[in-house]
Design a protein around this ligand. Structure first.
Ligand code: 8YV
Length: 316
């Protein structure tokens, strides 16, 4: 294997980047479009493996420009930035990092759930502004325990969220493409039906073409003015313009968002709303989980280069 077999696409954790450069002589795709053209003209044919993250991915054009690509090794469970249908057509293996981040992403969903209903971030700002002294007690919030919670996407992360919510005596229902066996939660036939029957809708569906705007204006309307939306999945799963409009008009009680349609841009209309909690896509962002994701990414790369198959293939 020559030294230019591995292509790095986008920034990666130092642990991953150092390993792929040190062990495999990976070259990094330049960030600028003109730099990329020149780079690909010289090197495109040599790359058999691309290592990337869910944030950047190997999109349609880049994948087309790599005629000998055999694998995309993705850091992150979400791979919606990689053209998976082209990969499938061309027999290109795609791996991701499932399971190792379930706990942290589910913990983040619970953090948003508690924060949005009990208004802890808003209350923190209240104390720091000195309002406790000048204005008195903070306004009452909404009880978080015992709520009816709908989970959109009862996959690995959705189930981890549900397990945590059981500890809060919540009544859980879900909608997924297919019914999930081995759970006692009620199944809703559509996202709108799920939204209509719950107090809090938590979005945990995978991103990608099949889930674009699954939560549309009608679903947001069905959550209603006393309901809340939490999204720890992908911004693309929610109609962001409809969400912002509903929040501004009081047609939704609040929202907790870790993901957005055009990250890192967040609709500025939301900044002034105390019933909205905004996080910078940090769902899996702990030292422990990111180290586990890095290790699994490298294990997939090593396995592919040694055997031609990965440990955690998407769609396997
Ligand atoms: C990562 C994520 O931050 O795994 C995912 O799908 O959204 C996050 O855990 C991201 O993928 C890293 O690029």
């Amino acid at each position: 294997m020559n030294n230019t077999t591995v292509l790095q696409v986008g920034p990666l954790m130092p642990m991953v980047q150092d390993a792929i450069v040190g062990d495999y002589g990976a070259l990094r795709l330049p960030d600028s479009p003109s730099g990329q053209d020149d780079f690909l003209l010289r090197h495109a044919e040599s790359f058999e493996v691309a290592v990337t993250s869910g944030k950047v991915g190997v999109g349609t054009d880049l994948m087309r420009a790599l005629p000998n690509l055999r694998a995309v090794i993705n850091f992150g469970v979400g791979y919606d930035t990689t053209d998976f249908s082209q990969a499938a057509e061309r027999g290109i293996t795609v791996s991701n990092t499932p399971d190792v981040l379930n706990d942290c992403v589910a913990d983040t969903a619970i953090a948003l759930y508690l924060d949005v209903l009990r208004k802890t971030s808003a209350a923190d700002r209240y104390v720091r502004r000195g309002d406790w002294v000048t204005t008195g007690n903070f306004p009452l919030a909404t009880k978080a325990s015992g709520k009816r919670v709908g989970i959109l996407g009862l996959g690995r992360i959705g189930k981890a969220i549900a397990r945590r919510l059981e500890g809060f005596d919540c009544i859980i229902s879900y909608h997924s493409r297919n019914r999930v066996t081995g759970v006692s939660y009620e199944y809703a036939a559509s996202p709108a039906e799920l939204a209509a029957g719950c107090d809090v809708l938590i979005v945990a569906a995978a991103g990608g073409p099949e889930s674009v705007r699954l939560v549309d204006a009608a679903v947001i309307e069905a959550i209603g003015p006393t309901g809340y939306l939490i999204n720890i999945a992908r911004g693309s799963v929610v109609d962001e313009a409809a969400l912002v409009a509903a929040l501004l008009k009081g047609r939704l009680a609040g929202a907790g968002l870790d993901v957005f349609a055009d990250e890192p841009k967040v609709p500025e209309d939301l900044f002034a709303l105390d019933n909205v909690v905004l996080l910078p896509h940090l769902g899996s962002g702990t030292h422990e989980t990111r180290a586990d994701m890095a290790e699994l990414t490298l294990a997939n790369l090593r396995s592919f280069l040694a055997t031609g198959s990965v440990l955690t293939a998407v769609g396997a």
